[in-house]
Design a protein around this ligand. Structure first.
Ligand code: M6R
Length: 364
């Protein structure tokens, strides 16, 4: 079943190019995104006044990325909420809003309850779900199926990657329909999305270097992930992967927040992983990394090819191919998944079934 791999997680990491391609192919027809099966016609897309993305864990991290991408491209205000908070805080929902529930399993208790809460208020719901026929898929008004195939490892990888693709497709199509982007940019964005599978393959080809680096971090006590904008969204996911399967305490911070507390935690050789894929924020995060270094941190950076000056500051740099800034999350997450995986392997832990965790959390 593991097709020759030692763990399901590695098998699923390697399946990402195909999972992403299948998901893209399910909605891109003749170079256009077709959302007609989601029951969202142009009229309705134009009417959306507010989007609420509600989810748990990694699916919530997709929501954080989706917020940046949808707001930037489609200019629709987006709120992202943890399902366990949303369901109990008596949310005030705009009747012309759209609630998007994201869930791999479609069975997460809090996400299902949040969906029911939204439905009881008469607001339109759309679920991004991987498991066909699951409770969330059955109850939502409409479903965008991710085509990741069965995911066995508790730590999500390929489902996360396909959820991101679903979010990009919504953002790009909403942007065109609402007149926020030109036809030309729309075509470019779609063409760029179609290059993601190959670019993921490229990042995966560099896995031995990451394995080497990760093996040296097995004794780390704390790891900090920092980034700005979409790089903050990726940091959240990188940090969760790390703590979930390697049992190393780790935190993700918006890089600008370091000075507001966190930096006092840095000691000699504390590992700080900076994510720098957003050109307009590069210098800002770089200066935060320099600050960490001067407090003794050991620095790793994930950045795009071309940013070679990063090697003057960081102790270890891993590069991702260039892409449209909105889609960089899909590439930068790969080295972070690999780091979590290889640290866990180096520590001899049960990668696919980390202690105290379940694949699908059906109790609140
Ligand atoms: O099945 P779901 O996508 O609703 O699950 C949500 C979270 O439980 C899940 O993403 C969890 O955080 C993963 N174990 C992370 O790798």
């Amino acid at each position: 079943e593991k097709a020759g791999y030692e763990h399901f997680m590695m098998k699923e990491i390697q399946e990402q190019p195909k999972a992403v391609l299948d998901t893209l192919n399910s909605v891109i027809k003749d170079g256009q995104i077709d959302l007609s099966e989601l029951g969202l016609d142009e009229e309705e897309i134009r009417k959306i006044s507010q989007i609420y993305v509600v989810a748990c864990g990694s699916a919530y991290h997709v929501g954080v990325a989706a917020q940046y991408v949808i707001e930037d491209l489609a200019r629709i205000p987006v709120r992202v909420e943890l399902a366990s908070e949303f369901r109990y805080r008596k949310p005030i929902l705009d009747p012309n809003g759209l609630v998007i529930i994201i869930s791999q399993s479609g069975e997460t208790a809090d996400s299902l309850a949040a969906l029911r809460e939204a439905k009881s208020k008469g607001i339109r719901t759309l679920a991004i779900v991987n498991v066909v026929g699951s409770s969330i898929a059955r109850e939502a008004d409409n479903v965008f199926y991710t085509l990741a195939g069965p995911e066995i490892s508790v730590a999500t990888t390929k489902a996360y990657s396909t959820q991101l693709i679903a979010a990009y497709c919504l953002a790009v199509q909403f942007a065109l329909t609402r007149g926020e982007i030109t036809e030309e940019y729309y075509t470019e964005l779609i063409a760029e999305m179609q290059t993601i599978p190959d670019k993921i393959r490229k990042v995966l080809a560099d896995k031995e270097r990451i394995q080497w680096f990760a093996a040296k971090q097995a004794n780390a006590k704390d790891i900090f992930f920092i980034g700005r904008g979409l790089d903050y969204a990726i940091s959240l996911e990188g940090s969760l992967k790390m703590k979930e399967i390697s049992y190393i305490h780790s935190e993700a911070y918006a890089a600008g927040e370091l000075k507001h507390g966190t930096i006092s935690l840095l000691e000699d050789n504390t590992l700080v992983i900076g994510v720098l894929t957003q050109a307009d924020l590069y210098e800002k995060t770089l200066s935060n990394m320099v600050e960490c270094k001067s407090r003794g941190a050991y620095l790793c950076a994930v950045t795009s090819y071309g940013n070679y000056s990063m090697e003057d500051t960081a102790d270890f740099v891993t590069y991702i191919p260039k892409t449209d800034a909105h889609f960089a999350t899909s590439l930068a997450v790969i080295p972070l998944q690999l780091m979590g995986y290889y640290v866990s392997v180096a520590k001899g832990l049960d990668v696919d079934k980390p202690r105290n965790l379940a694949k699908s959390v059906t109790v609140e």
